[in-house]
Design a protein around this ligand. Structure first.
Ligand SMILES: [Ca+2]
Length: 311
């Protein structure tokens, strides 16, 4: 998570609504494609009493930046929300970071979270995708993967939010692309942040509206999800913060495009098919069934205890 600053885009919520309700100027393809070809493949609605260890693990427990990551700052409220907390404990500031590393790692799809942002300065919240091979295969982000910061939010910037990409490691070869978006009212209440990640581009959304689209640094490899609060000067001085302070997360959902299944021709249509065409259609059908099986392999692995065959 770097602190590069790029050009700022100001987006007025009122204009969005006008475009959506009035002229239909917001193109359908710009909206998250969920509910059509895309199917929910992974989610956490945080409905339990504690973090689901089958979906999430703690990350980088111990010192990180200007705080210490501990498990106790990651809680569920029993009302459907994950709470990440930054708090003081003696001379320490403690904060929270979880990820799906080794539990759910995938390539492409639409990733969305619904959150209520932190209220204090000195720490920033983020929903991001990370690659396990950051810094390898320099010059080839498709193979090495890219840090994809779907959102980074600093309270000291008010209604501003960051979308960032980092690839080719964090050293001398480091590459970055990003944008900042101002969304009036962002600091109050709930917001959704989304990323559509395809073979060719990333499309970032806030509350269902496209805020940034880029073809730079497109990863083609499995990556994992991270939710974090981090304490550091980028977000201002934590000494000025009234703690504890929280990031609330209502859900994280991942949708992926189901392989296309050809429509079965009706009786009349079938009659028009020559034998050769019908044979070709069956061959395509078999290929697609193979694709479906292959795609299923990339879905989250069952843990031993979850397997229906385990008992
Ligand atoms: Ca929820």
């Amino acid at each position: 998570m770097r602190t590069h600053h790029t050009s700022s885009i100001v987006l007025a919520a009122g204009l969005w609504m006008l475009a959506s309700a009035g002229t239909g100027a917001v193109a359908t393809e710009d909206k998250p494609p969920v509910g059509k070809e895309y199917k929910l493949v992974w989610s956490d609605e945080f409905t339990g009493e504690e973090l689901d260890p089958g979906k999430w693990d703690y990350r980088q427990l111990g010192p990180r930046r200007d705080a210490v990551n501990v498990k106790e700052t990651v809680t569920l409220d029993g009302k459907g929300h994950l709470i990440l907390t930054t708090r003081r404990s003696g001379d320490q500031v403690q904060t929270a970071m979880i990820g799906t590393q080794d539990l759910f790692e995938t390539t492409f799809g639409y990733f969305e979270c619904r959150v209520k942002l932190q209220e204090q300065v000195g720490h920033w919240s983020a929903f991001w995708l990370q690659t396990p091979t950051m810094g390898q295969h320099i010059g080839d982000p498709a193979r090495a993967g890219t840090e994809i910061d779907i959102f980074e939010y600093l309270r000291r910037e008010g209604d501003l939010v960051h979308h960032n990409l980092h690839w080719d490691g964090y050293g001398e070869h480091h590459k970055h692309a990003g944008t900042d978006v101002r969304v009036p009212g962002l600091g109050q209440g709930w917001n959704t942040f989304g990323l559509l990640w395809t073979h060719t581009e990333y499309v970032f959304t806030i509350n269902g509206q496209e805020t940034w689209r880029t073809t730079r640094g497109v990863s083609q490899r499995d990556q994992y999800i991270i939710l974090s609060l981090e304490v550091g000067k980028w977000a201002g001085d934590i000494a000025d913060a009234t703690l504890p302070d929280h990031l609330y997360v209502d859900y994280v959902r991942v949708y992926q495009k189901a392989p296309a299944t050809p429509a079965k021709p009706d009786a009349q249509g079938r009659a028009r098919l020559t034998n050769r065409r019908e044979t070709a259609w069956r061959a395509r059908q078999e290929t697609r069934e193979e694709d479906v099986r292959t795609a299923n392999l990339s879905l989250p692995r069952l843990r031993d205890g979850d397997s229906p065959e385990a008992d």
